[in-house]
Ligand binder design. Structure first.
Ligand SMILES: *[C@@H]1O[C@H](CO)[C@@H](O)[C@H](O)[C@H]1NC(C)=O
Length: 324
């Protein structure tokens, strides 16, 4: 082999090698004011305004304006009870477009799917046609949002949960483009691990629908603790942000910096369940509300709000140095 053809094969090899990793779609959304990024997080909301969804939306609009937010994150269960039936399902307007009407909320919404979304036509909820109906809507299974100050890794958690695969026939889950489960999850975890290792952002946050740790109705998701959590800990992820349990909560992991934050109070709440676990519960609110995040390279401040937009709890994390 001549030196140049050797070099060429090396380049080709490294291209083939690297292209087999980090295949997660990537979006860029740097903070509009450069030094600080501000956003809201809401989950479990799509009920056509009922169960205080409209009140939560109004409060989000006000806080969103105060903070001059850059974008909104949805932790899934976007449309109850059974996702969308198709791209022409009016629930999209009735639960999203016509509810989150405040001007501060007319920015990008980055969403994952919840288990209820999987009970409908998932391909419709992921379809770019919805973006033509409402340009705020960005929903993918798993993807990366590069906001410079922070990298957000959105993970499709529903396929992890074994009981959904074994549900009796009365509940239908749309596994198109997902099944077989094990291969899907292997690929996802490999891509996530590679992307986390490549990330140079000061903050690394993972967003998924399902809980890892929770004191509320659904409790922990053991498949995520077994399969996803080790990758998060190994790669120094700062926060795991989820919905699924219809509450607001903060739990600190033992033996790592990882904090678990639940923002699943977008509509129906008040489950009245409380089951403690081995990690350290810092805050739990059983009712409706949402979360804000204000980030700089050095500080991350998270706040939970109730339906009236009153601050219920605040968490502030610091970084020793600016890594970029
Ligand atoms: C709406 O929010 C208020 C204030 O938290 C609460 O008292 C009420 O029960 C909520 N309604 C529903 C249907 O959850």
């Amino acid at each position: 082999m001549t030196p140049s053809s050797a070099l060429f094969s090396l380049l080709l090899l490294s291209f083939l090698f690297s292209s087999s990793f980090a295949t997660l779609p990537r979006f860029q959304h740097p903070a509009k004011d450069g030094d600080s990024l501000r956003l809201l997080v809401v989950g479990d909301w799509g009920r056509k305004g009922l169960f205080n969804q409209s009140q939560v939306a109004t409060a989000m609009g006000r806080i969103g304006e105060e903070l001059e937010i850059d974008f909104v994150i949805s932790t899934g269960d976007n449309f109850y009870e059974n996702g969308l039936t198709g791209v022409d399902d009016k629930s999209f307007q009735e639960s999203f477009t016509n509810i989150f009407t405040a001007s501060s909320l007319q920015t990008q919404w980055y969403s994952v799917l919840g288990n209820h979304d999987y009970r409908g036509n998932v391909l419709a909820q992921l379809s770019p046609v919805l973006q033509q109906l409402d340009s705020r809507w960005i929903c993918l299974r798993s993807f990366i949002l590069d906001a410079e100050i922070a990298d957000f890794f959105f993970v499709d958690t529903t396929p992890f949960v074994l009981k959904y695969w074994n549900e009796p026939e009365n509940r239908h889950y749309d596994w198109r483009e997902v099944a077989p489960r094990d291969q899907y999850i292997d690929n996802l975890l490999k891509d996530l691990d590679a992307a986390l290792k490549e990330s140079r952002a000061p903050w690394k946050f993972v967003v998924g629908h399902h809980t890892m740790r929770s004191v509320s109705e659904h409790g922990d998701t053991v498949e995520l603790l077994d399969e996803l959590l080790p990758i998060l800990k190994e790669n120094g992820v700062d926060l795991y942000i989820n919905g699924h349990d219809h509450c607001l909560q903060h739990i600190s992991s033992r033996g790592s910096q990882l904090q678990y934050l639940t923002s699943g109070g977008g509509s129906k709440a008040w489950r009245g369940t409380y089951v403690p676990n081995d990690d350290k519960l810092q805050f739990f609110y059983d009712g409706q509300g949402f979360m804000s995040m204000e980030l700089t390279g050095r500080r991350a401040e998270m706040r939970f709000y109730d339906v009236f937009g009153r601050v219920l709890y605040e968490l502030s994390l610091g970084k020793e140095f600016q890594a970029y």
